[in-house]
Design a protein around this ligand. Structure first.
Ligand SMILES: [Fe+2]
Length: 298
């Protein structure tokens, strides 16, 4: 797998390759040092506990999206969108997510990356909670996942154990009552951009196409290739925001409109999840975690 070779090199030398062509050493460790200072400030002022409680409160957001070109068999089709689980950031977090998804009804589950807290090191400790969570994601038409910038190419070895099908620069058809839609998943373009991600979006011959990408950065490319729906996360909606929901740090390179929620690029509808979990520091302010259920109608 060429993507795995490319990614292994980038992961091992600690460089991030951006779509804009920028290539830089990851500044994650510097960011963590600054967060430790901020965390100390929150603790001495008593805000840390409040933010930690906020991070454990997950909203379930229902969204209905209308597409005139949606094949009739998919009218009412429900997508559970989970992004940025960072399942090891908070002890017992898998159980909190299970409480939320257990009673939800959906046809497919799409996970848009970032399963662990850190951007490097071991991930073996997240395999068990992910596996337990996958037992509660009962999706008749399958569970599909892409990698985020916190994930390792080595996680691909465990996709079947986790009950998810990993899509890295590839597509899968969902067939219902003889009609079909296309789901395309790319590698993470925020830190591990390659031309292969763009090429994987050059798909033809489908009435309705969904792109799953960790971050919003391939939105223009997906719209050019006539994708109808683009699901992503990565931003956490800012995670720590001012009272008006304005992020202090956005973790994105372009486009404020992509920070969270619904947006449009040309005819394509996009949705950026605020994420289920947290990274850096296990707190949220003015930015509620979310699990999203999207109902497609025509
Ligand atoms: Fe994330």
């Amino acid at each position: 797998m060429i993507w795995a070779v490319n990614r292994s090199v980038m992961e091992n030398i600690g460089f991030a390759l951006r779509k804009s062509g920028r290539k830089s050493k990851s500044h994650w460790n510097l960011f963590l040092s600054l967060l430790r200072i901020f965390s100390f400030f929150l603790k001495i002022t008593g805000y840390y506990k409040k933010g930690y409680g906020n991070a454990k409160s997950i909203a379930v957001n229902e969204l209905t999206l209308k597409f005139p070109n949606l094949p009739a068999a998919f009218n009412g089709f429900r997508i559970l969108h989970l992004s940025d689980l960072h399942i090891d950031s908070i002890p017992g977090f898998a159980a909190l997510i299970i409480q939320k998804v257990n009673h939800l009804k959906f046809d497919t589950c799409l996970l848009t990356g970032d399963y662990r807290r850190d951007i490097n090191g071991s991930f073996s400790h997240i395999l068990k909670p992910l596996h337990i969570l996958s037992n509660y994601i009962r999706a008749s038409y399958g569970t599909f996942a892409v990698l985020g910038n916190h994930d390792s190419y080595l996680m691909a070895r465990y996709e079947h154990e986790s009950g998810m099908e990993l899509l890295v620069n590839e597509s899968v058809e969902i067939i219902k009552d003889g009609q079909k839609i296309l789901i395309t998943g790319t590698d993470d373009p925020f830190s591990f951009y390659t031309e292969s991600a763009l090429l994987s979006l050059e798909t033809k011959g489908y009435d309705f196409k969904v792109a799953m990408v960790h971050s919003p950065e391939l939105a223009n490319a997906a719209a050019r290739n006539k994708y109808d729906l683009y699901l992503c996360g990565h931003t956490h909606g800012g995670q720590i925001c001012l009272k008006e929901g304005i992020p202090i740090i956005s973790h994105q390179f372009e486009g404020k409109q992509f920070n969270h929620g619904k947006w449009k690029v040309g005819q394509m509808t996009g949705y950026t999840s605020k994420g289920v979990g947290v990274s850096g520091m296990p707190v949220r302010f003015n930015c509620e975690a979310e699990i999203t259920v999207i109902t497609l109608i025509n």
